[in-house]
Ligand binder design. Structure first.
Ligand SMILES: [Zn+2]
Length: 473
């Protein structure tokens, strides 16, 4: 039996691992888009280092594009096996993959227009070549037709040698860790894949559940070496303090960049809790992200995938996210009107790192006024606008123009969707019930992986390179 690490090896995006079983079954774990070098996006994602037709089963941990985004391309290139995941993962993937296709179309079109103009030919109407994308809508439909959903904890015997079960990973709605039981004669081996793990005590989703009886574990390591800024305050208190300080005391706007799936719902749910507790000041809350609105509906009809707190809240109030102060922005025109509203308010918009999406407009309009606050609620990769704001620069460039930063720039880890160093170590030690031989670290930058590796004492650790093959005995 062997495992090949084809993606998220010594990097964060492009998750994809191939498991070859002794009886010939080929299993792919995730098939995400690799965003590591934006300029090489097409070359890094267009081709697979194995024959897609040879894969029998693909198991998907969760809907985020760096885990699911290349599946329609795998289908386009001949994959015709089964795709296993949870029901909400497939529902969210449907939205996210269509959204990713639109982004690809826009990016490829602008690239092609640029090279067309560079070529010196006249850009006459109808002469621009057809825009190439990794897949078409048809491939998303075909992919979803191959899906087979499991509940958390349900045991599924794929064939004589392969059993599969999915377990709460606590990252976003429906996110799962995978536990494979591989049978060869009288011998059984258990291999776990954490997928992306969640922060402990997250809003809406259950805590990550360590898997038992493992021989090998492939683990994410996103926040190795990092400590979440711990505050004894709960999410409700943190949000309330920010709203009071910015909106009530200063009469300003509180702008929160947040990813459409996961963080936006957690923040709106928190504000709804405050409202029901009678603690939320009379301040309008706007949510401005079309994808977030669609994803929110998926949360509401998959209540059994949510944690107890959310389920009980729903039982009591009949919905998770709607309250009178919340205004949902549907189209782009409304979004623009929002930019001229002159009253204190909260604006939640995508994307989380302030790269692309409608949030750029809201940051641009509000970053120059000292009464306002930009509250960064999650990880910002180096070089993104979110990261530059956090560095405390006096000016930031938005849409090729420098903008003075006078708003107060803050961050909170309370809505983080990944565990920090200590939480990860705790999870890993609970995953070792005696037989664990090796933990393979993936989905992290090398320094993060090394810091985590040096603190794992109870078993072997390997940080595989891309394409590295490891025999599992
Ligand atoms: Zn994720």
């Amino acid at each position: 039996m062997k495992i090949t690490f084809w993606g998220a090896a010594r990097q964060v995006t492009g998750s994809m691992h191939l498991l070859d079983l002794p009886g010939g079954t080929r299993v792919l774990i995730d098939c995400g888009l690799d965003y590591e070098k934006r300029k090489e996006f097409e070359e890094r994602n267009a081709h697979f280092p194995f024959d897609p037709k040879s894969v029998h089963v693909l198991v998907l941990t969760h809907a985020h594009i760096d885990h699911s985004g290349n599946i329609p391309n795998l289908v386009r290139q001949g994959f015709h096996g089964t795709i296993i995941g949870t029901e909400p993962t497939f529902e969210l993937s449907d939205f996210l993959l269509h959204d990713s296709l639109i982004i690809q179309r826009m990016e490829m079109a602008s690239k092609q227009r640029f090279s067309w103009n560079q070529s010196g030919k006249k850009n006459k109407k109808g002469q621009i070549p057809e825009v190439k994308t990794l897949y078409n809508k048809r491939h998303i439909t075909e992919m979803l037709a191959m899906s087979y959903s499991l509940k958390y904890g349900e045991e599924f015997q794929f064939n004589d040698e392969l059993g599969i079960s999915l377990h709460e990973s606590g990252h976003i709605l429906g996110a799962a860790s995978i536990r494979f039981t591989i049978t060869e004669g009288n011998n059984k081996k258990v291999i776990g894949f954490t997928g992306d793990l969640g922060n402990m005590n997250s809003k809406l989703v259950p805590d990550p559940l360590p898997m038992q009886g493992l021989d090998y574990l492939v683990s994410e390591s996103t926040y190795g070496g990092r400590k979440h800024s711990i505050s004894s305050n709960k999410a409700e208190d943190i949000m309330l303090d920010e709203i009071k300080e910015t909106c009530v005391n200063r009469g300003g706007k509180l702008v929160i960049p947040a990813f459409s799936v996961g963080r936006t719902q957690a923040i709106i749910f928190t504000l709804h809790q405050l409202y029901r507790q009678g603690r939320l000041p009379e301040i309008k809350v706007f949510t401005d992200s079309p994808l977030a609105i669609r994803s929110t509906k998926v949360y509401q009809h998959n209540l059994n995938f949510l944690n107890k707190e959310a389920q009980e809240f729903f039982k009591q109030y009949g919905n998770l996210f709607e309250f009178p102060l919340l205004h949902v922005i549907e189209d782009e025109k409304e979004s623009e009107i929002l930019s001229v509203i002159d009253e204190p308010c909260v604006i939640i918009s995508a994307a989380g790192m302030v790269e692309g999406g409608r949030i750029q407009m809201h940051v641009r309009n509000n970053v120059g006024h000292p009464n306002n606050t930009i509250l960064i609620a999650g990880y910002c990769a180096a070089g993104t606008l979110g990261d530059r704001l956090l560095q405390g620069q006096d000016f930031v460039e938005i849409n090729h123009k420098p903008r003075a930063v006078r708003a107060s720039i803050k961050r909170t880890d309370v809505f983080s969707a990944h565990p920090d160093h200590d939480q990860l170590l705790g999870y890993l030690s609970k995953s070792n019930t005696g037989n664990l031989k090796t933990i393979f670290l993936v989905h992290g930058a090398v320094p993060q992986m090394e810091m985590l590796s040096s603190d794992i004492k109870h078993c072997g650790v390997l940080i595989p390179e891309k394409g590295q093959v490891v025999e599992l005995e």
